[in-house]
Design a protein around this ligand. Structure first.
Ligand code: HEC
Length: 131
């Protein structure tokens, strides 16, 4: 029996090493704000500015992370977005950007959602730099 124990222990160690390497790769990806900026420019910039105080079709997203829903001055929100009563944490942004209508039912944001989780993580990392 004892000759089987060692290989099992080696396999457990190998699995642990693999999982921590995979975890590192995920967090390294989540911090890829430069890739997120490209996503922003391709998918958001047509309606949103990344500069403070500039409202386009949608409100400025400068400082959006940590901001209360519907609180950008001078922007005319829908009642749905105005009364959504959420804070734009990275977690809430992740759910919203996947499916805006599911998080803010009745939002007037005409955007179906960004389904790629890696692109969403990169985009949110970029939004976090806007402060
Ligand atoms: C075609 C235009 C359009 C596109 C594209 C678009 N948005 Fe919007 N967005 C809007 C509008 C309009 C609103 C205001 C919604 C309301 O008042 O119901 C909004 C609202 C938001 C809000 C809520 C802001 C707040 O102050 O409560 C966030 C966050 C947001 N958009 C992020 C994004 C991101 C990130 C992208 C790119 C993936 C994006 N939007 C793409 C038009 C757009």
């Amino acid at each position: 029996m004892s000759c089987f124990r060692y290989p099992v222990a080696v396999r457990v160690l190998a699995a642990a090493a693999f999982l921590s390497a995979a975890g590192w790769a995920v967090s390294a990806h989540a911090a890829d704000a430069a890739a997120g900026k490209q996503v922003f420019q391709q998918q958001c910039a047509i309606c949103h500015a990344d500069k403070p105080g500039v409202n386009k079709i949608g409100p400025s997203l400068f400082g959006v992370v940590g901001r209360h829903t519907g609180s950008e001055k001078g922007y005319s929100y829908s009642v749905a977005n105005k009364n959504a009563n959420l804070v734009w944490t990275p977690e809430n942004l992740d759910k919203y950007l996947d499916n805006p209508q599911a998080v803010v039912p009745g939002t007037k944001m005409p955007y179906g959602g960004l389904k790629n989780a890696t692109k969403r993580a990169n985009l949110i990392a970029f939004l976090e730099t806007l402060k």
